[in-house]
Design a protein around this ligand. Structure first.
Ligand SMILES: *Cc1c(COP(=O)(O)O)cnc(C)c1O
Length: 449
């Protein structure tokens, strides 16, 4: 198995051909899921004592398995948060896979870590974080939120010097991502649920009111810059003011929305983000990188290092020096240099191309909002801040939304699942793919008439 021979050379060409062909397709097929029984009938058992051989395994993947996966980069995939990796970033994912790089330490991966840090620097500069800010590419926003909150609590604990509140708590709102509640559960801390106004925007006044009523043990505020359901950006400047006044860690979860920092027409919504103690954005969402990639940054990386560095005799050679070891900044030790595909694409195309691509998706989202306002059978729930558009089809029941959504997928036309808001089922477009056009949007709206 560990030999590069003639047969492997042949397989290599087949694998590369497959990969290049997938990148060449325009548009990519939407595809759809199959049931376990359907897949078992079509594919059978693939793990055998003698092995299938690479040719046959690849063929099974190409014919049966890949076609049973929805293409998240299809221009009419508008559910959840889609993704649209650049060709360059996907190509470089192949390189990273072939290179056996250990991305956890400077000693082992200095070149890769240098490049990742250069890409992180761009994000830190967009956010206006200080020069010393730094961090690590982790798997996703979930791991990023957990890692940031662990660093925040570690810092709060150190400040109390042995004393501790009855319960540690994180301040959140109804718009906070589910992964923050999941992180709090893992950490065994409670949530302070802060009520916010009709527009869903978390403000300093909301926070101050909640803390004045009952602020015990609150060590962090989880603000959201682009919530997943609506794309609403919290009022970061006023939240930062209250956090500073009360000595509370400000974490800004911009897993989806952070790309908006690169788009001149919406950058003003992020005012105050420069005060964040920690900040994250998923390049695998709206910054055109393949899964899985979350850029996690700390204002003072030393605070994160104190919380996350794993200590063991066999690691002393790594941790005793002053090297920049990415593993010191998050949960996890072994890591793929998962920031490299994003870095390669950014280095290839330059930052202007990113600004233009993000701005283009915002433009299509504005078109969608205008088109919804123009058509009498649909109604916008909120003017979009970024590139998520939520609206109702007047008169539809929850079942009608589901039927409509199922039909779009079965017809191989679009993947648009409904969402909920205050108990009501509604429709939602999340637009992060620069290939999504105005006519894609109009075509989908036509199907609701
Ligand atoms: C997607 C998302 C997350 C979770 O990120 P993963 O990469 O899916 O783990 C967290 N917060 C927000 C606001 C998100 O949109």
């Amino acid at each position: 198995m560990h030999r590069y021979d003639e047969e492997l050379e042949q397989l290599g060409r087949e694998v590369l051909d497959y990969a290049l062909n997938r990148l060449r397709l325009d548009p990519v097929p939407l595809d759809k899921p199959r049931t376990p029984d359907e897949l078992a009938a079509a594919v059978g058992r693939t793990i055998t004592e003698d092995g299938l051989g690479g040719h046959r395994a690849l063929d099974l993947f190409a014919r049966e398995l890949a076609t049973s996966c929805i293409s998240i980069d299809h221009p009419r995939y508008l559910s959840f948060i889609p993704a649209a990796p650049t060709e360059a970033s996907s190509l470089f994912d192949l390189v990273v896979g072939a290179s056996s790089i250990y991305g956890g330490s400077w000693l082992e991966g200095s070149g890769a870590v240098y490049a990742e840090n250069d890409a992180l620097r761009w994000i830190a500069e967009l956010a206006g974080l200080p020069e010393e800010a730094g961090g690590v590419f982790v798997q996703g926003g979930t791991t990023g939120n957990l890692s940031a909150l662990v660093a925040a609590r570690h810092t709060a604990r150190a400040r109390l010097d042995g004393a501790r509140p009855p319960r540690w708590r994180v301040a959140v709102t109804s718009g906070t991502h589910s992964s923050v509640a999941a992180s709090a559960d893992v950490m065994d801390v409670d949530l302070l649920r802060v009520p916010v106004g009709e527009d869903g925007r978390f403000t300093g006044a909301d926070l101050r009111g909640a803390l004045d009523r009952d602020g015990e043990g609150v060590f962090a505020v989880a603000a959201t810059a682009g919530d997943t359901n609506f794309g609403t950006v919290d009022d970061l400047a006023s939240l930062a003011e209250v956090c500073q006044e009360r000595g509370i860690w400000l974490h800004v979860d911009a897993a989806y929305g952070g790309a908006g920092l690169a788009a001149p027409s919406v950058r003003h919504l992020f005012a105050g983000v420069e005060h964040a103690d920690s900040f994250l954005v998923d390049p695998h969402k709206w910054l055109f990188a393949p899964f899985d990639s979350c850029a996690l940054l700390y204002r003072d990386p030393n605070l994160a290092r104190a919380a996350h560095t794993q200590k063991a005799a066999y690691l002393d050679v790594l941790t005793e020096g002053s090297d920049w070891n990415p593993s010191d900044f998050s949960i996890g030790l072994t890591r793929r240099a998962r920031g490299l595909p994003f870095w390669f694409s950014l280095a290839t195309h330059g930052t202007r191309a990113y600004s233009e691509a993000v701005e283009r998706t915002v433009e299509v989202a504005r078109f969608a909002a205008a088109e919804i306002n123009r058509r009498s059978y649909v109604e916008l729930l909120r003017e979009p801040d970024l590139s998520i558009v939520v609206f109702r089809r007047v008169g539809w029941t929850s079942d009608q939304y589901s039927l409509w959504s199922d039909r779009l997928l079965q017809a191989n036309f679009a993947f648009v699942v409904p969402t909920g808001h205050q108990g009501e089922t509604v429709a939602r477009f999340a637009i992060v793919n620069p290939r999504t056009t105005e006519s894609d949007i109009a075509g989908i709206l036509d199907t609701m008439a």
